[in-house]
Design a protein around this ligand. Structure first.
Ligand SMILES: NC(=O)c1ccc[n+]([C@@H]2O[C@H](COP(=O)([O-])OP(=O)(O)OC[C@H]3O[C@@H](n4cnc5c(N)ncnc54)[C@H](OP(=O)(O)O)[C@@H]3O)[C@@H](O)[C@H]2O)c1
Length: 254
């Protein structure tokens, strides 16, 4: 049983999908949770209600993580309100599904700023507060198969995830000796608001069971959240700079 009572966790993009499942999982394990969102206030409110019903403290913070000022203000708020931060889950992402051949400068900036630049400023601004907290600091980022494979319409997001994974390895090198664990969860295909927008998403969802080894069971946001929970806990204190694939076995197929 993972017990994180007394810990404070920030989940970016905690209003929906994998972020939502992670915020709830961390609260179930005992954390007080800061749920970051940018547009979905109603969905964030629902997450907050569930967390409160578990007896934990919760705060909703509207912040666009691609904006450095928003990230800094969010961290100041956490410092003033909770006085500590133990777990940072960098989950928020964006990108749009299109071929690289028609990707514009704006598309590039949106994906890179939200999926990569945000991570760098989040970690930079979280480290001083996390270092004041007792115990090891846990930093987990969410990536995808597109970081090392080629998927249709996924070029710019895949490239951003490759950069994210590299940045996380380098953060592990810089922070490992300072009491942090820095790791990545690489998720297989989960049906969420984002993935429903992928052209031919129905085909992709239907095809999952031919690659995974889980019978009728499809990968869900809570399965990914379980891995994030593990990497947020003392059970993973000796896991450093790694990428944990959670996909029911899909990645080992050619
Ligand atoms: N679903 C999959 O199959 C899959 C597979 C591998 C990896 N992943 C990764 O898992 C993570 C979550 O994906 P998901 O499918 O759960 O997405 P989702 O359901 O579409 O949710 C996206 C979340 O990110 C937030 N967000 C987007 N841009 C933001 C910004 N600039 N600042 C702050 N928050 C922002 C959204 O906030 P609002 O609700 O307020 O807009 C929302 O909470 C992403 O990193 C994604 O790349 C997903």
């Amino acid at each position: 049983m993972i017990d994180l009572t007394g810990k404070v966790a920030l989940v970016t993009g905690g209003s929906r999908g994998i972020g939502r499942a992670t915020a709830l999982k961390l609260a179930e394990a005992g954390c007080d949770v800061i749920v970051n969102y940018v547009t979905s206030r109603k969905a964030a409110d629902q997450v907050a209600e569930e967390i409160v019903s578990m007896g934990r403290r919760v705060a909703l913070v509207k912040a666009d993580v691609s904006e450095q000022d928003d990230v800094c203000s969010m961290m100041e708020f956490i410092s003033e309100t909770f006085g500590r931060l133990d777990i940072l889950v960098s989950n928020a992402a964006t990108g749009g599904f299109r071929p690289l051949l028609v990707t514009t400068a704006n598309n590039f900036e949106a994906a890179m700023n939200t999926n990569v630049r945000a991570l760098i400023f989040l970690v930079q601004s979280a480290v001083p507060l996390m270092e004041q907290s007792s115990g090891r600091g846990k930093i987990v980022a969410v990536s995808s198969h597109g970081s090392h494979t080629a998927l249709p319409m996924y070029g710019i997001i895949g490239a951003s995830k490759a950069a994210l994974e590299s940045a996380m390895r380098h953060f592990a090198l810089e922070l490992g000796d300072r009491g942090f664990n820095v790791n990545v969860v690489q998720a297989g295909l989960v049906e969420t608001d984002s993935t429903r927008l992928i052209p031919n998403s129905d085909e992709m969802f239907a095809g999952r069971r031919t690659k995974t080894m889980m019978g009728d069971r499809d990968l869900e946001a809570s399965d990914v959240a379980d891995a994030i929970l593990y990497l947020s806990s003392p059970f993973s204190d000796l896991v450093q700079g790694q990428t944990l694939i959670v996909d029911g076995g899909a990645a080992i197929h050619v």
